[in-house]
Design a binder for this molecule. Structure first.
Ligand SMILES: [Zn+2]
Length: 453
């Protein structure tokens, strides 16, 4: 007799701190049993494989417009690539036009994602200067299942300190979570102007215009503003120890401050900007890649828990778009891809290299991002949670390249990287998305997830 729709048999199951050999039973799209000798209508032998929650990527930009450009991955290709890499939930972004109500902008974004997404998704609402008069709409966005709000301290749509404070206060009153891209735009602008005026236009001047010191300063300012507004705060894409130190110091005082980093900061360094031609332009992203010496600090912060999350900031512009602006580093569209490889990169270079335990790997890529972002039924293998599951083959050798990856972009910074370990199967709410490394899902299968704290 079958008690379950599906049973993953005899895998090594990562459940919080515990890593146990067990069967995982799925019923009605939920995890319904974790024990030995379970039986199901369908049974998959997972001997020698690791069973993890579906990975959660809380920072992706799909179909993301910057001026006349749009990122290569749309909600179909991006979520398909995510699924092939073991990610079953993403959080993308909504930006409202100046006069547009926030809810209208959210609905527009819903329409784009609904017919294409193959994995589950949510949205962060972006608060730009033209949204400050709309802060009374924040509770409606929280009620619509989007309780996290993105703020930029860089670019033309950056917020000044007073605007950040106002927004943080409104979000705290509504029970939401502010998120910040922390950099010091005034200093960046001054350095960019100085460099361009002196004829220093190559990509190598990008990191020299965005110093780690000032990323640390901006993060410290955000942490102080959050303390003043009495709100938790989450800092995106931490690239350097200067930010880690501030987060750690605030947390040691009991302040609820959280930080993520991304594969590009853990595995790549600023020597890539020295490459000639477009190769030096491809790695342009902000904050920039840092000197190699920063990487050990970031890994250690992940292991200690001073950084809680590995996300991607997946934002893939085409090689031609990067090449078109080569004569001025400040005009090269920023962003790098890794939506497909994040989970496996973190395994090979985290677990495989002895920097993270299996439990830490799952915590940073699956469990903690789900908890911090209000994904109350995701990110854990526990009865009652969504059956978003990955059967990870720790022996599978994969050499990364644009041919092996499915991201809709014609370059990757990880070309030639040898990984040991890759997701063999991916399930979303008990349904097959990836089977033996092949995508078997369909567009529109993903659902919007109402998040709440
Ligand atoms: Zn981003």
């Amino acid at each position: 007799m079958s008690d379950y729709d599906l049973v993953l048999k005899n895998g090594l199951v990562v459940m919080g701190e515990a890593v146990v050999a067990a069967d995982v039973g799925v019923m009605g799209g939920k995890i319904a049993g974790i024990a030995h000798h379970l039986h199901g209508t369908e049974e998959i032998d997972c001997q020698g494989h690791i069973v993890t929650p579906g990975a959660v990527d809380v920072h992706v930009h799909l179909q993301y417009p910057i001026g006349p450009l749009t990122t290569g991955d749309d909600f179909f290709t991006g979520t398909r690539a995510a699924a092939l890499g073991g990610t079953t939930t993403i959080i993308d972004f909504v930006e409202a036009r100046p006069q547009q109500p926030l809810l209208d902008a959210l609905h527009e974004r819903h329409m784009l994602a609904a017919e294409r997404a193959v994995i589950d998704y949510g949205f962060h609402m972006t608060i730009t200067p033209t949204d400050i008069p709309k802060l009374d709409q924040v509770p409606a966005i929280v009620a619509a299942g989007c309780p996290s709000f993105k703020h930029y301290m860089a670019y033309s749509f950056r917020l000044h300190d007073g605007e950040l404070l106002q927004s943080f206060q409104a979000i705290r009153r509504a029970g939401g979570l502010p998120i910040v891209h922390a950099e010091n735009w005034d200093v960046i602008q001054a350095l960019v102007r100085q460099n361009l005026a002196a004829g220093r236009t190559e990509p190598r001047w990008h990191p020299r215009s965005r110093p780690a010191l000032m990323e640390g300063e901006a993060a410290g300012r955000v942490i102080n503003l959050a303390a003043l507004a009495e709100t938790p705060v989450y800092i995106f894409h931490v690239s350097c120890q200067a930010v880690v130190e501030r987060i750690a110091a605030a947390r040691a005082q009991g302040q609820p401050v959280y930080g993520e980093t991304c594969p590009q900061y853990l595995l790549l360094d600023d020597s890539l900007f020295e490459q000639p031609g477009v190769a030096g332009a491809l790695p342009i992203c902000s904050p920039p890649l840092r000197p190699r010496s920063e990487q050990a600090h970031l890994w250690a912060a992940l292991a200690r828990g001073d950084l809680q999350v590995i996300s991607t900031d997946h934002c893939p512009f085409w090689l031609a778009d990067k090449a078109a602006a080569l004569e001025d580093f400040s005009r090269i569209p920023g962003g790098v891809p890794s939506i497909e490889s994040r989970f496996a990169l973190a395994y090979t270079f985290g677990v495989g290299a002895g920097r993270l335990s299996l439990s830490q790997w799952v915590a940073r890529c699956c469990t903690t991002p789900a908890q911090l972002m209000g994904l109350t039924h995701k990110g854990q293998i526990a009865v009652g949670y969504d059956a978003d599951l990955v059967v990870f083959d720790p022996q599978w050798p994969v050499t990364l390249s644009t041919e092996t990856l499915h991201e809709n972009v014609d370059w990757t910074l990880y070309a030639g990287r040898q990984l040991t370990g890759w997701p063999r199967h991916t399930l979303s709410r008990g349904r097959w998305l990836v089977r033996d490394g092949a995508f078997v899902g369909r567009p529109g299968q993903g659902q919007f997830v109402c998040r709440h704290f």
